[in-house]
Design a protein around this ligand. Structure first.
Ligand SMILES: [Zn+2]
Length: 250
């Protein structure tokens, strides 16, 4: 028993030594190296307030781009979810709020390779901007301090196809009505049909751009934070086939 305790103690000491070395390495590295390690989960914990607050909105976008690069090249960071859960239980300091689609193929934490506590995530079919989503984004940025509000659409989106096809079905009808302005506003040479993938993706892109306009028009709080440079409001399109996120604006 004693020996077993001793070896356990030794394990704890070794781990502490390793952690202190890792923290020491962070202290002498450029701040961004540590931050990218945090967003990449390298140090096994969630973002701290200091780390999040020291990032600019552009740096946060840069980290999201790097995370997507890791995802689509199959080099995702090793992640200790239990350590992230432990370190974030008493408080969260996410760097971004991402409004995405409910589509099962676009799990935003995975495609951006982020972990517990890194991002607020709001998902609704067609990533539409409504009052409740705006409220969630205002909470994320104005109350909690997130630096980026990202609207992320995607290729081959079923909600976009439904809006193009004028689908009528229960509560979905009202949701699709919010996408119709994007259908009307999309300039496209060719067959304007839900069977035409390029047209569907064109409407999805317009829907993202109009979503950004809606945020600025309907949320003076977020618009003001953007004008002050405290946050960036940006869009993106995720390609189901390639796994690549293309940023729009910002
Ligand atoms: Zn979708």
């Amino acid at each position: 028993m004693k020996r077993s305790h001793a070896s356990m103690d030794k394990g704890v000491v070794d781990r502490r030594r390793f952690l202190s070395m890792a923290l020491g390495a962070c202290a002498i590295s450029p701040p961004l190296t540590c931050l990218s390690m945090q967003l990449a989960a390298g140090t096994g914990g969630s973002l701290t307030k200091e780390q999040r607050d020291s990032m600019t909105p552009s740096q946060v976008i840069g980290e999201l781009k790097k995370g997507n690069e890791r995802f689509r090249t199959g080099k995702m960071s090793p992640r200790d979810y239990l350590a992230e859960k432990r370190s974030s239980a008493a408080g969260q300091y996410p760097a971004a709020v991402i409004l995405g689609c409910v589509d099962s193929r676009v799990p935003v934490e995975i495609v951006f390779d982020t972990g517990i506590g890194d991002t607020f995530t709001a998902r609704v079919a067609g990533n539409i901007v409504d009052d409740d989503m705006l409220g969630s984004m205002e909470f994320a940025c104005a109350v909690s301090g997130a630096k980026v509000a990202l609207v992320c659409g995607h290729t081959a989106c079923g909600a976009i196809k439904g809006a193009i096809d004028d689908v009528v079905l229960g509560n979905l009808t009202g949701l699709l009505a919010r996408i119709k302005p994007a259908v009307a506003a999309t300039k496209f040479d060719g067959q304007k049909s839900s069977k035409n993938a390029s047209y569907v993706d064109g409407v999805a892109r317009t829907n993202v751009v109009l979503g950004l306009d809606e945020i600025r028009r309907r949320s003076p709080i977020l618009e003001d934070l953007e004008k002050k440079g405290s946050i960036k409001i940006v869009g993106a399109m995720y390609d189901l086939a390639t796994g690549m996120v293309e940023f729009i604006g910002g």
